[in-house]
Ligand binder design. Structure first.
Ligand code: H79
Length: 448
């Protein structure tokens, strides 16, 4: 008996460490100092990213299309004249986001093309002064988010390829080098920091999503100062990891981690088709099933999903994207208990699929990969299962324990038969109530 308890102790410790994660190699922020403010983010699991800008007029790549010389800069900027926001319904946007189950939304206040969605006072392109939309399109959106209880995120590109004092411009030509003209760079520093201050004062975002930090060093961006000034206005603001080490969490883009990332907080940002902004010729949409599979995989590995939509210039959202958000919302409504406010699940090897745990780890949620039904198997579960429920239904199932040897500490295999008729159209979730916080056996079998 004594031997058994030592054995279990050794197993539960690594699990705990996995949950706490380790300090990210990249970010300079001390995780303990931000843990409290990060809690809503960790619990939210799902955010909606919105790429809206003049690139939706022609339906071409946001900013990169002129940078990569697929279109001339002059022709790119002609799109200013076509950005109308004529059918823009910010409350409908917020309601759709709410319906998806997301807890936060991040909108492009300004992309690398430099066109601000708010009326900036810094004498630079913006949709109020330079487009037929002729108004601040951010303000009513943030107001609608507030009404729906959704946290406000501001994407802000540090890069501004339109600003005359920004060095970078096209992929093979830049205006100047910072080292050759530090005064000119100082002008840009004043400018972009003044814009950040404007957004901060006007909308006080809960979350800042910087992009493009790779073009300059932390010193050139004055990243430490930028962080401090944001926190001076809102000490609880969360800052993404694209501020040359001065952010709070990691942001893998489009690429899916296979092994569980060791970051304390991370967020996969991902498009619904292959593009961030509105692209009518891109019909390569992920199916709701694929999006939900990715979402569940991310959450089971301790991350958030920031799922992108790209509205048209008139403010309508492509129907394929609306469909994905609605289906995701339906699934979340039925199965969200296994997602929101939960923590990453079992280490790999215990179950062939994603899992999550309640914070006290007395409830284990199993996500049935694909549309698996029939017998599923859990290995190395020492805890006793008190109840199994097919989530979102009143159906309860009984486990069968196979191969438990009376004199051995190694637990038997748990088989659960899930009848076809109970399957979810996308991913079925089983809720396992355990007798106490989860205990696992992670050994090689053998005699003990
Ligand atoms: O807004 C969306 C994209 O426009 C923007 N981020 C999302 C959210 C984005 N696009 N590409 N990237 C971010 C990363 C680009 C990296 C590269 Fe490079 C720039 C690849 C080549 C040039 C940095 C510099 C990495 C390699 C060299």
């Amino acid at each position: 008996m004594k031997k058994n308890s030592v054995c279990l102790y050794l197993i539960t410790v690594p699990l705990l460490l996995l949950h706490l994660g380790t300090i990210s190699a990249q970010q300079k922020t001390n995780p303990d100092s931000i843990r409290k403010k990060m809690q809503w983010f960790a619990d939210a699991k799902l955010g909606i990213f919105i790429h809206w800008g003049i690139y939706s007029v022609n339906g071409i790549d946001e900013s990169w299309s002129f940078h990569n010389k697929k279109i001339s800069y002059e022709n790119y900027m002609k799109q200013l004249k076509g950005f109308t926001a004529s059918k823009y319904n910010p409350q409908a946007w917020a309601d759709l986001i709410k319906e998806s189950g997301a807890g936060y939304a991040v909108i492009t206040t300004k992309h690398h093309d430099g066109v601000a969605l708010w009326p900036t006072k810094q004498h630079h392109y913006n949709v109020m002064d330079n487009t037929p939309a002729k108004r601040d399109v951010l303000k009513p959106f943030y107001k609608a988010l507030d009404k729906d209880g959704i946290r406000r995120g501001a994407y802000f590109s540090l890069i501004d390829w339109s600003y005359p004092d920004y060095p970078g411009f096209l992929k093979d030509s830049s205006r100047y080098k910072v080292s050759d003209d530090p005064r000119r760079w100082e002008k840009f520093q004043h400018f972009f920091q003044a814009q950040i201050a404007e957004v901060n004062q006007l909308y006080r975002p809960d979350l800042w999503w910087f992009d493009g930090d790779w073009e300059h060093s932390p010193e050139e961006w004055q990243a430490k100062k930028v962080r401090e000034e944001i926190l001076n206005v809102n000490p609880l603001a969360i800052i993404n990891g694209r501020l040359q080490g001065y952010g709070d969490y990691e942001t893998p883009e489009q690429n899916f981690p296979v092994s569980r990332p060791k970051f304390n907080w991370w967020e996969l940002c991902m498009t619904t088709n292959n593009n961030w902004g509105y692209h009518p010729d891109d019909t390569n949409y992920k199916t709701p099933f694929e999006v939900i599979s990715i979402f569940v995989d991310v959450v089971s590995n301790g991350g958030n999903l920031l799922l992108d939509i790209g509205p048209k210039e008139d403010g309508t959202i492509p129907p394929e994207q609306v469909h994905i958000l609605r289906e995701l919302g339906k699934w979340n409504k039925k199965n969200g208990e296994a997602i929101f406010g939960k923590v990453p699940g079992l280490p790999q090897g215990h179950f062939y699929g994603p899992t999550t745990l309640s914070k006290d780890s007395t409830i284990l949620y199993l996500f049935l990969p694909g549309q698996t039904t029939g017998n599923i198997m859990v290995k190395g579960l020492v805890s006793t299962i008190k109840d199994i429920q097919v989530l979102g239904t009143t159906v309860h199932l009984k486990p069968k324990i196979v191969g438990k040897i009376s004199w051995s500490a190694v637990p038997g295999l748990v088989f659960i038969n899930v009848p076809q008729k109970y399957k979810d159209p996308y991913i079925t979730v089983l809720k396992l109530n355990l007798d106490k916080p989860v205990q696992l056996y992670g050994g090689h079998g053998g005699l003990n």
